[in-house]
Design a protein around this ligand. Structure first.
Ligand SMILES: Nc1nc2c(ncn2[C@@H]2O[C@H](COP(=O)(O)OP(=O)(O)OP(=O)(O)O)[C@@H](O)[C@H]2O)c(=O)[nH]1
Ligand SMILES: [Mg+2]
Length: 279
């Protein structure tokens, strides 16, 4: 459902639109949520890292970084750039003069979205961060929602996952084929994986450090679009607490999409592989 709320300023209130998911076959029961305890101990001083993968995002990255730091003064941002020919990394380097909490990881050549996120998360874990948000670099993920994602972690969830397909969420995408792929892909994924999540394919999520440790980043096999679903499915079968938070996904207005048919086919078959590899 498309809701016409503004993309600037504060995100709309949740109004009970959040949905919670727990695996029925979860092996471990929680005795007090560890991530919740961490929050209680560190309060709002938890070190939070927003990981942004980029490939040719020179038209978006500066505005996105400015917006994030405008909204959240104490947040940290890591851009993982695969040596974009359009000098995305050069723009980030310049911005590092302005923002002390801006980090840059430059990788050799285009290695895919999943690789960039995994290396970004690992970098953050090695550098003492406690909370991680995955955020695309094309402005589809409006930074105003970070506050609501973090709020859910504060309430005791291990993962807060942006969702286009729950009450209060939506997309500005007008292309029938792309909407069909994403709605159909989610129905397919739920039919196979049985998580009851409405938007397991969406990539705007906040994870606690413990969640990333339990998911085990080295075990992730996805290369592209299906990466976020694999992360959440692994979390689900581990019994981690996942909640969906409504977001308005904004279709990129500038720069080029890296999505292609091979990524879509990977997604369709990978869901089945995921289900049977992680029984
Ligand atoms: N580091 C890195 N980033 C990538 C790679 N492929 C895509 N990205 C980034 O990942 C984010 C999501 O990629 P998009 O091209 O927007 O893919 P998408 O969101 O599935 O497709 P659109 O709907 O067309 O935007 C963007 O910030 C990209 O720049 C890659 O191979 N390496
Ligand atoms: Mg995109």
């Amino acid at each position: 459902m498309l809701r016409a709320f503004s993309s600037v300023g504060r995100a709309p209130p949740l109004q009970g639109g959040c949905q919670e998911f727990k695996s029925l076959n979860a092996h471990h029961k929680k005795e007090g949520n560890p991530s919740f305890l961490l929050f209680k101990i560190y309060g709002w001083n938890m070190k939070h890292l927003v990981v942004i993968p980029t490939y040719n995002e020179s038209e978006n990255i500066e505005n996105l970084i400015n917006r994030i730091f405008e909204l959240y003064k104490d947040i940290n941002v890591l851009v993982v750039d695969d040596s974009s020919p359009d000098n995305t990394s050069g723009i980030v380097r310049n911005l590092q003069q302005k923002y002390a909490n801006l980090y840059l990881l430059v990788q050799k050549g285009k290695q895919g979205l999943a690789n960039a996120y995994i290396n970004g998360f690992k970098w953050g874990m090695n550098n003492g961060f406690d909370l991680f948000t995955s955020c695309d670099g094309d402005f589809s993920h409006n930074p105003v929602y970070i506050e609501q994602l973090v709020k859910k972690i504060e309430e005791g969830y291990d993962i807060a996952s942006g969702s286009r397909y729950i009450k209060g969420g939506g997309t500005t995408e007008k292309n029938f084929f792309r909407n069909f792929i994403s709605i159909g892909g989610n129905i397919w994924a739920d039919f196979i994986l049985r998580t009851k999540m409405k938007d397991i394919l969406e990539g705007y999520s906040t994870y606690t450090r413990e969640a990333l440790e339990k998911i085990d980043l080295d075990s992730i096999t996805a290369k592209g679009y299906i990466f976020q679903a694999e992360m959440k499915y692994k979390a689900f079968i581990q019994g981690l607490k996942i909640v969906e938070v409504p977001i308005l996904f904004e279709t990129r207005t500038t720069g080029k999409s890296k999505m292609d048919l091979s990524i879509i086919f990977e997604a369709l078959f990978s869901v089945v592989k995921l289900r049977f590899k992680n029984k």
